[in-house]
Design a binder for this molecule. Structure first.
Ligand code: BDR
Ligand code: CA
Length: 309
């Protein structure tokens, strides 16, 4: 089993990623750390606990950053995509379990140090928690097994601006700090996640199971697919951004990667948060990450659907 920390801003596709991860025997979930992003960190923590309750999972939840590292430039929520509550307006009750009283960056440091060279961190939110962890404990850079980042768009358009993807845009300084730190990274960006569209017919199959989990996931995901349809008319489904990052942790060969040197634009008026890969034949720097550029959509979708609900 691969020890995993999953860093979330739950969020509908985060909820799907959590369910997929909990139901995957290859992964040992050490904890779910939460961050601001789709919703506030308090809401993300609440949503994470609720999803885990539906899955009968006792995985610890550890709250993290409430705001970006240095500059709050953007309104940190995506209620138009994820609903007022972040989970497609399905919220009816509060979780019975509480989050740990630890702080996410410290949890990351402790777990990585206690299992040297074993832990994979999957970030599917702004990268603030991981950046804070590295600032406080730079030794973890050489102690993690890998960091799988859902974020960025290297050879593709952004989704919150023409160039920027939401998780990077939410805290560009944090993302760039992590990218420059030397930590091993696999970047699962819009280059591949926008190739993983989930159509409504698959969601209807969850509903027809008649289970509480199936109904909740179907209600949330239908909201998400409708939001995608408004945003990208005719698209016919929603991008499985966060689930693909979990999928890559389970089966790295769902994707094809290219080693590249990638940094984040921190100055651009029109391109703030853009993930810029050095695509020249003779780049000026050694690659700092593996960038996913192709995905075996059919195989990933089949695997995801066999586990998520
Ligand atoms: C990412 O942004 C968030 O809204 C989603 O949960 C996902 O992590 C996609 O750009
Ligand atoms: Ca997310």
């Amino acid at each position: 089993m691969k020890p995993i920390i999953l860093d979330v801003d739950t969020g509908i596709d985060d909820a799907l990623a959590i369910s997929y991860a909990v139901n995957s025997p290859e992964l040992e979930l050490l904890g779910l750390t939460t961050c601001f992003g789709n919703v506030t960190v308090e809401e993300a923590t609440r949503n994470t606990l609720l999803v885990l309750e539906h899955l009968d999972s006792a995985v610890p939840v550890i709250p993290g950053a409430t705001k970006p590292l240095f500059v709050s430039r953007v309104k940190a929520n995506a209620t138009h995509i994820h609903g007022e509550d972040g989970i497609g307006n399905t919220l009816t009750n509060l979780p019975t379990r509480k989050a740990l009283s630890q702080y996410a960056p410290q949890f990351i440091i402790d777990q990585v140090r206690s299992k040297p060279h074993q832990v994979t961190i999957i970030t599917v939110a702004a990268m603030t928690n991981l950046a804070l962890a590295i600032m406080q404990a730079p030794d973890i850079v050489n102690l993690v097994d890998n960091v799988i980042v859902m974020g960025g768009a290297v050879k593709r358009a952004g989704n919150v601006t023409p160039h920027a993807e939401a998780n990077i845009y939410a805290d560009p300084e944090a993302a760039d700090y992590v990218f420059a730190s030397g930590i091993p990274i696999t970047l699962v960006g819009l280059d591949v996640t926008m190739e993983t569209l989930l159509p409504k017919k698959d969601v209807q199959a969850w509903r027809s199971k008649g289970t509480e989990l199936g109904t909740l996931m179907a209600d949330m995901t239908e909201f998400y697919i409708d939001a995608y349809e408004d945003f990208y008319p005719g698209i016919g489904g929603c991008g499985l951004h966060d689930p693909l990052a979990v999928g890559v942790a389970i089966c790295p060969d769902f994707v094809t990667t290219e080693p590249l040197y990638v940094r984040v634009d921190l100055d651009g008026f029109h391109s703030l948060g853009r993930t810029i890969g050095d695509l020249r034949s003779k780049p000026a720097h050694e690659p700092n990450m593996q960038v996913c550029l192709k995905v075996d959509t059919e195989r990933f979708l089949e695997h995801f659907l066999s586990r998520v609900v």
